[in-house]
Design a protein around this ligand. Structure first.
Ligand code: C2E
Ligand code: CA
Ligand code: CA
Length: 800
């Protein structure tokens, strides 16, 4: 009968239109309140406080409005006159109560939603009865206690259901929505929450109204029209408030949806795999991650990530953002090594963000970089760095055996590769190298290792047991090289000089072995015939010889075994002598007279050229001073002598000691001297020239940059190299160069001396071209100066 009473109360005693208005307002209000409350649960801090305020205003307003309009719909209005203050109080009560209950509900604590729901139900009840009291001021009202209790129970129960439904994992969903940007998830919960909340208000109100009995009817305080107006006013205000709150929610919703979409697109275009887990279960993942594990988006949601899909190498570090390595298992059973960065310093507890980078790609890239670093781009052969690495490995392995396993190092250097480049261009040269590289790598046996060591140099390492294997390899390499190269439509054949050094016979260290093979190659290059040399076969002898020569040279300085020979220079126009070039000789006690070309390079290497050069300077000056008929004397200076900053002082002191006037001394330098440190050399030359000594450029025309040499310093004489004389009678080019040099000399006002004049024809030619001076066997060989140091007066046959 209780239910019946409630029902009849609704149908009999109420204005149906206002009931509909009240119901609609109730439903709309419940919807807005639940939406805002859910939003509050998804946020923190001030944002949550703001949403909670909105939730309490929305809830309080709609509950009160619903109640107010429903009251006005109550037909047996005999009782009605209402108390404004109490009504306002009931609104305030509703707002405060709902606010407190909502705040409690969204804390996320255990049972918070239930407690909050209960609080909400009680607040609605409180408001209802306070409102009733406000209306009932004009009459005597009796409450049926059991109905009051029933109404509170119904309202509270429904409110609890409402909040439990609405806030079921609202926070979790909120986080997911936040990460994925996909809103609308959890719509079911929102709808359920709305219905339950609406039901809470309706059930409480109806049951509450049934509990009321008006015992003392009083005349109507409100007219029917007035009543409707009031109802509409209250409804309007309520709707306005709700609309404002709903607008705020919608703006926020739209903004998040948009930024969410941006985020999602951003995440999907990331190169890294991204996944978000809640309590270890995947709630979101981007395209890259889905591809990494080979699982579609829908199936991926809710799958556990760590432990199943992902195994970590080492313990999983969280939130630090450090890079760790792990392995993702792919749906097809394969595994993918990844670099993992995880973060869990995000607002929602239990949530973790994973970023994965495919290590395969990086490893592949590292491999490629290593390959490039270790290989020659042109031929694809390993390069010098790789060769050195491989040699060290091989020697280490070889050393472990007892006796050490022998390894041969072959150093090949193509002959006249530069010519191929000049003739066929760089493309032709490249093609040749590519072909040779290919054939070399095909020719070598499996245990050997070939590499390109330099532009036209190749190296081969061969571990062997019998020396015959080395010879077999040599034969194979030679026939590989001998194959004709097809370049630019023609055939180009090429040869190579090969130097071979053996481990451990020749050397036990890698760098030594390389140096020896290189040396052997140089010797092979220098020799005529088959360009092949073993290091050990001759190097002992050569090295010992060099050491002995150095010793002898030192002794020769002490024992005064050096001599200066003089070679006549003549003035071509007058055919008169104009000076002498002083040329060094070594009177070796065993080997006899040694020409300078045979010992000066060694002296330059071991540094003895410095004391020897100083001796030459002093001796030449002394001889010139003692023999005025020598005229001007020319002395050769080695490039090495220009490393001495006191070279000008040496010259000055030689002049002073001999008393020779400086204009009788000429110093000859070659272009090589100027090429090493031009600024410094020119400075020294200027100081020397300031002494009054003249400076000639020697061997002119053999260097690379003869013309720029002439610009760098004001030389007093150009000595045209003797190689031009040999060709001058047959080669028009040589004559052209002679003419050009004489022309330049004339232009710069520098006399030209032609070296190596051996025939009258040459002299006639030089005279016709206007060359100033000449020197050569035609006028005299380098000879000892008679009466000097007890030398035989003539020994021309011994000269070079
Ligand atoms: P250079 O300065 O070009 O000296 C000229 C060389 O040509 C001399 O060889 C000389 O004997 C040679 N010669 C002269 N006329 C003729 C000729 O008509 N036909 C041919 N075929 N050769 C001719 P030498 O004396 O053996 O000297 C060789 C090189 O040694 C010199 O070339 C010079 O660069 C260097 N040299 C000689 N003496 C000294 C010295 O005291 N100090 C330094 N640092 N180097 C020296
Ligand atoms: Ca000279
Ligand atoms: Ca010369």
């Amino acid at each position: 009968s209780g239910m019946l009473r409630v029902f009849t109360c609704l149908t009999d005693d109420h204005n149906p239109w206002l009931i509909i208005v009240a119901g609609a307002l109730c439903l709309a209000g419940a919807g807005v309140s639940i939406a805002v409350l859910r939003r509050a649960a998804q946020t923190v801090g001030w944002s949550r406080a703001g949403w909670l305020l909105m939730a309490s205003v929305a809830t309080g307003t709609f509950v009160w409005c619903t109640h107010f309009i429903a009251m006005l719909a109550y037909e047996p209005g005999a009782m009605l006159g209402f108390d404004l203050l109490l009504t306002l109080c009931s609104v305030l009560l509703a707002v405060i109560g709902c606010g407190a209950a909502s705040t409690l509900a969204v804390t996320g604590w255990r049972g918070a939603a239930t407690l909050g729901g209960a609080g909400l139900g009680l607040s609605i009840g409180l408001m209802h009865y306070a409102g009733m009291a406000a209306f009932g001021r004009g009459g005597v009202i009796a409450f049926d206690r059991s109905y009051v209790v029933a109404s509170l129970l119904a309202g509270t129960g429904c409110a609890i259901m409402a909040l439990r439904a609405a806030l079921r994992s609202a926070a979790g969903h909120g986080a997911e929505e936040h990460a994925s940007g996909r809103l609308g998830a959890g719509r079911r919960e929102a709808v359920l929450g709305t219905l339950w909340l609406g039901l809470a208000v309706v059930s409480l109100h109806l049951t509450g109204m049934t509990a009321v009995t008006v015992t003392l009817p009083r005349p109507l305080a409100l007219e029917g029209t007035m009543r409707t107006e009031l109802a509409l006013a209250a409804g309007g205000v309520g709707l306005l408030v709700l609309a404002a709150v709903a607008a705020a929610w919608m703006i926020d919703h739209q903004t998040r949806a948009e930024s969410g979409n941006h985020l999602r697109r951003l995440a999907d275009s990331a190169m890294e795999g991204l996944a978000i887990t809640q309590d270890g279960l995947i709630i979101e993942a981007n395209d890259t991650f889905r591809a990494m594990v080979g699982i579609a988006a829908l199936r991926l949601l809710g799958m556990p990530l760590p432990g199943t899909l992902l195994t970590m190498r080492g313990a999983l570090e969280s939130s630090g953002g450090q890079r760790q390595e792990g392995r993702l298992s792919h749906a097809d059973g394969s595994a993918l090594d990844v670099e993992v960065v995880t973060r869990d310093d995000v607002p929602s507890p239990g949530m973790r963000i994973y970023a994965f980078r495919d290590l395969r790609e990086r490893r592949e890239q590292e491999r490629r970089i290593l390959y490039v670093a270790m290989h020659d781009a042109l031929t694809g052969l390993p390069n010098r760095a790789r060769f050195a690495q491989r040699m060290d490995q091989m020697l280490q392995l070889a050393e472990r055996e007892d006796p050490p396993h022998p390894v041969a190092l072959l150093h090949l250097d193509l002959d006249r590769f530069k010519d191929v480049n000049d003739l066929h261009g760089h493309a032709g040269g490249d093609a040749l190298l590519r072909g040779i590289g290919r054939r070399l790598s095909q020719a070598i046996p499996a245990q050997a290792f070939a590499a390109r060591l330099g532009s036209d140099e190749f190296g081969v390492l061969l571990p062997f047991t019998q020396e015959a294997e080395v010879f077999e390899l040599i034969v194979r390499l030679e026939s590989a090289l001998a194959e004709p190269n097809h370049i630019g439509g023609g055939e180009v054949s090429i040869t190579a000089a090969t130097g071979i050094a053996l481990f451990p016979t020749d050397a036990t260290r890698g760098d030594e072995l390389r140096a020896y093979a290189d040396l052997a190659m140089r010797r092979a290059k220098a020799s005529a015939g088959r360009g092949l040399r073993f290091y050990h076969a001759e190097i002992d002898v050569a090295e010992r010889h060099r050491r002995q020569m150095s010793e002898d040279m030192r002794a020769a300085l002490k024992k005064e075994h050096f001599r200066l020979y003089a070679q006549l220079q003549i003035d071509i126009t007058t055919s008169e002598p104009c000076g002498h070039e002083m040329l060094l000789r070594w009177l070796h006690p065993e080997h006899g007279l040694i020409p300078p070309a045979d010992f000066i390079p060694l002296a330059e290497e071991n540094g003895l050229i410095l004391p020897i050069g100083e001796w030459v300077l002093r001796e030449a000056c002394a001889m010139a001073a003692a023999h005025p008929h020598l005229g001007k004397v020319a002395v050769n200076l080695s490039p090495v002598q220009f490393s001495q900053p006191d070279l000008p002082q040496q010259v000055a002191s030689a002049l002073a000691a001999s008393g020779l006037s400086p204009w009788r001394l000429e110093l000859e330098i070659t272009e090589t001297t100027l090429m090493q440190d031009q600024a410094r050399t020119v400075l020294l030359l200027k100081r020397i020239k300031a002494l009054g000594v003249s400076v000639a450029i020697d061997d002119f025309g053999t260097g690379y940059s003869s013309l720029s040499t002439l610009r760098s310093f004001p030389f007093d004489k150009i000595k045209l190299d003797r190689s031009f004389m040999a060709e001058i009678e047959t080669s028009p080019q040589a004559i052209a160069i002679l003419r050009a040099v004489i022309g330049i000399g004339r232009g710069l006002d520098i006399p030209v001396l032609a070296e190596g004049v051996e025939t009258e024809t040459q002299l006639t030619l030089l005279r016709a071209e206007g060359c100033a001076e000449a020197q050569g066997y035609l006028f005299g060989r380098p000879e000892p100066v008679p009466g000097n140091r007890g030398q035989p007066s003539s020994n021309g046959t011994l000269a070079a």
